[in-house]
Design a protein around this ligand. Structure first.
Ligand code: HEM
Length: 293
């Protein structure tokens, strides 16, 4: 039976995680590297996503996968930092995650080289570092499968990832009501605020308000890197269009109203990845490699 990578829908996010980003160094060694990868990736503890350039190197055309687009609006720059391959290592022990990182890097060499590693973690029960609960409106159970997993074509799921760097000092310096209005939810009880301004994040992104309804499953986790802190935003969906529609509305491209989040946070990276299905407990690579495992 063909299945999706279970880590995508595991809820809540794990206590600890690592995001690894790889570039392609040698096309000649790619197929062998991916075969080694398939043997050590179960899709649960480690979730894998392929970027467009990796599929291009394999001569595979996936219509729904594209490169993350750089975008701009007045005073807002959304960068694209697309990579060939992304791994999301999920766990609860930093040492074990480090050893798993090393095993993945070794399996993928010399075809792919790691160029960025971010350690992330669960804050409280799944909160952003601002203190607000993240993921409340995520679809659950069958609705989560319907939202995140592509039932046509090659199957799998489409991931959108961005690092958002927070200015927590400036956010925490705002009056409590203003902080609540940035999100559109109260910090005290996580209730949605009916009369929040139109710029409130949950009003900008309300999934039912798009045409068609733009359901995604979010699995974002905070990160700290030296004196930098923020959120690794991560969403899975059956199409990348839904993430992009939400982001464009956040930027005010629909109606000029910019999401309050931009007052204290900015994205510094952006990538799109296709997460292949799992077959018999291993990554199903027959869709991308002409020769079966
Ligand atoms: C600084 C970065 C971000 C932070 C701190 C953040 C945090 C939050 C929080 C606290 C909520 C309310 C609770 C919940 O339903 O999860 C929320 C909702 C949501 N966010 Fe974000 N978010 C960020 C970026 C984004 C981005 C980039 C997108 C998509 C482009 C996005 C899409 C959504 C969606 C779809 C919802 C649920 C809206 C609904 O009620 O239907 N978020 N976010």
């Amino acid at each position: 039976m063909i299945k999706y990578q279970a880590g995508i829908l595991a809820d809540p996010v794990p206590p600890l995680a690592r995001h690894l980003f790889f570039t392609l160094e040698s096309k000649e060694h790619l197929a062998a590297a991916l075969r080694r990868l398939a043997l050590i990736v179960d899709g649960d503890a480690t979730v894998i996503g392929f970027g467009k350039s990796l599929l291009q190197a394999l001569n595979v055309q996936l219509d729904k996968l594209r490169v993350f687009p750089a975008m701009s609006a007045e005073g807002i720059d959304i960068p694209s930092t697309q990579h060939a391959l992304w791994c999301w290592l999920r766990g609860d022990d930093r040492g074990e995650l480090l050893h798993r990182t090393d095993a993945l890097i070794a399996a993928l060499a010399p075809a792919l080289k790691v160029v960025q590693i971010t350690e992330s973690f669960r804050y409280k029960t799944g909160h952003d570092l601002t203190g607000y609960e993240d993921g409340t409106e995520n679809p659950v159970d069958q609705a989560a499968v319907d939202a995140a997993i592509d039932s046509d074509g090659l199957g799998g799921s489409y991931a959108a990832i961005q690092h958002w760097v927070h200015d927590l000092k400036s956010f925490k310096g705002l009056p409590q009501e203003e902080q609540d209005h940035i999100f559109g939810r109260r910090l005290s009880d996580n209730e949605e605020i009916d009369d929040a301004p139109e710029s409130a994040h949950v009003k900008r992104t309300a999934m039912e308000d798009f045409e068609p309804e733009a359901f995604v499953v979010r699995r974002s986790m905070p990160y700290i890197d030296g004196d930098e802190a923020g959120l690794v935003f991560l969403s899975f969906a059956k199409t990348l269009d839904f993430f992009e529609m939400q982001l464009q509305r956040m930027m005010g491209l629909d109606d000029g109203i910019v999401d309050g989040l931009f007052r204290f946070s900015r994205p510094t990276t952006g990538g799109y990845y296709w997460c292949p299905p799992i077959h018999q407990g291993q990554l199903k690579l027959s869709t991308v490699l002409l020769t079966e495992l």
